[in-house]
Ligand binder design. Structure first.
Ligand SMILES: NC(=O)c1ccc[n+]([C@@H]2O[C@H](COP(=O)([O-])OP(=O)(O)OC[C@H]3O[C@@H](n4cnc5c(N)ncnc54)[C@H](O)[C@@H]3O)[C@@H](O)[C@H]2O)c1
Length: 355
């Protein structure tokens, strides 16, 4: 059987919509998928038109209903507060749904969105893309290797400039009604997802937040200490600053009993591993390099686009083969519960236990 011929729609033609649009176009042109971007929709019609012009036969829709008519799958790339309305419309038509993170502006909204998808049983995947980034896949794989000892502690620093400038050509991230909060929910939901994925279930959090820039409800510093059921502890510092030379970066150190693993390039890597009498650097698995090299885009862009292309391709293949896509909404809910617990700990000054 050849690749699944799927017509899809991109809803929200901004920053991350553009990345998926480029990734999907490159995947098709390289012959990895038969998926076609057939429609686009954005509240700004000029954006929908511009996106449509990048795909052969694609039409910019006049509204959401028209965008979803006749397609099989949808990429939900609007700002966070409008994910639910798009997901509801898509699920009512039984379309496969790729929904960007965060699912919603708070835990109740995320649970509602997950409920809509679960009730209709449509296949879905969440844009928690670090799980498809080669350096995190290497780290996950390494933590299961014999001889490393048990993971004991992790330190994760996530920093970026306040994302209402530069490559982020929109200001909604300073509006709590649309974003739900600041650096923690908007950016570090990725970090909480990977910390729970790598080190296992979190049973307690203790956290604090600060707001230097002064946008109401938008914290630009969050610090959290997570206790994992295994006994391991992890700490997260997440911040939005004004250092425009730093668009987005993460440094993660994981100490196991017999190995230190660390990364400071959060997509491709390498992963560094150090032990009592040696050290090594581990790059991405060869399949990732092959995928990146096959993408018909500028050479200096192939690897970072391939991270998103990997996530998009994994979703298309899982749907085609009838497997559950990953990360699933149930996994995104785990990260949302952590975000919620951290905000509660911060506002009460108390530790919060997770059931
Ligand atoms: N996974 C990732 O790495 C990643 C990266 C960036 C953003 N995101 C997430 O993607 C979402 C979008 O972020 P962005 O940076 O692309 O924002 P953006 O502002 O650049 O783009 C959003 C687009 O949606 C349009 N829009 C707004 N409301 C709409 C609606 N109701 N219907 C149709 N179009 C609408 C806007 O006009 C805009 O063109 C957010 O939830 C964000 O958290 C994820």
């Amino acid at each position: 059987m050849g690749p699944w011929h799927v017509n899809l729609s991109i809803i929200g033609c901004g920053f991350i919509g553009a990345t998926h649009s480029h990734a999907l176009r490159a995947l098709r042109r390289a012959g990895h998928t038969d998926a076609v971007v057939a429609t686009t929709w954005d509240l700004d019609p000029a954006r929908a038109r511009r996106f449509a012009s990048a795909h052969v036969g694609c039409r910019p829709a006049a509204d959401l209903d028209e965008a979803l008519d006749g397609v099989d799958a949808v990429w939900v790339c609007t700002p966070t507060s409008s994910h639910l309305e798009v997901v509801e419309a898509a699920a009512a038509r039984r379309l496969a749904v790729f929904c960007e993170k965060p699912l919603a502006t708070d835990l109740a909204g995320a649970e509602r969105l997950a409920g809509v998808l679960e009730a209709t049983g449509v296949p879905s995947q969440v844009g928690l893309v670090l799980r498809h980034a080669p350096v995190f896949l290497r780290l996950k794989e390494a933590l299961g290797e014999p001889g490393f000892g048990r993971p004991m502690a992790a330190v994760l620093r996530d920093d970026q400039f306040f994302p209402i400038q530069g490559q982020y050509a929109s200001t909604w991230r300073a509006d709590v009604e649309v974003a739900g909060g600041g650096a923690l929910i908007e950016h570090s939901i990725h970090d909480l997802d990977v910390l729970a994925w790598l080190l296992g279930e979190v049973v307690e959090v203790e956290a604090g937040t600060a707001n230097f820039a002064g946008h109401p409800g938008i914290e630009d510093v969050a610090s959290a200490r997570l206790t994992h059921r295994s006994g391991a502890v992890s700490t997260l510092i997440s911040l939005w600053h004004r250092i425009l030379s730093r668009p987005s970066g993460r440094r993660l150190e994981v100490f196991c009993e017999d190995r230190l693993l660390w990364l400071e390039e959060d997509q491709v890597g390498p992963l560094h591993v150090e032990w009592s009498d040696g050290s090594e650097r581990r790059g991405p698995v060869p399949a990732f390099g092959q995928l990146a090299a096959s993408l018909p885009v500028r050479a200096d862009w192939q690897e970072s686009l391939a991270v998103y292309a990997s996530a998009d391709l994994a979703f298309l293949r899982a749907v085609e083969e009838g497997r559950p896509p990953s990360p699933a909404v149930s996994e995104a809910l785990v990260a949302h519960r952590l975000v919620d617990a951290i905000y509660r700990s911060s506002s009460t000054g108390r530790k919060v236990a997770l059931r």
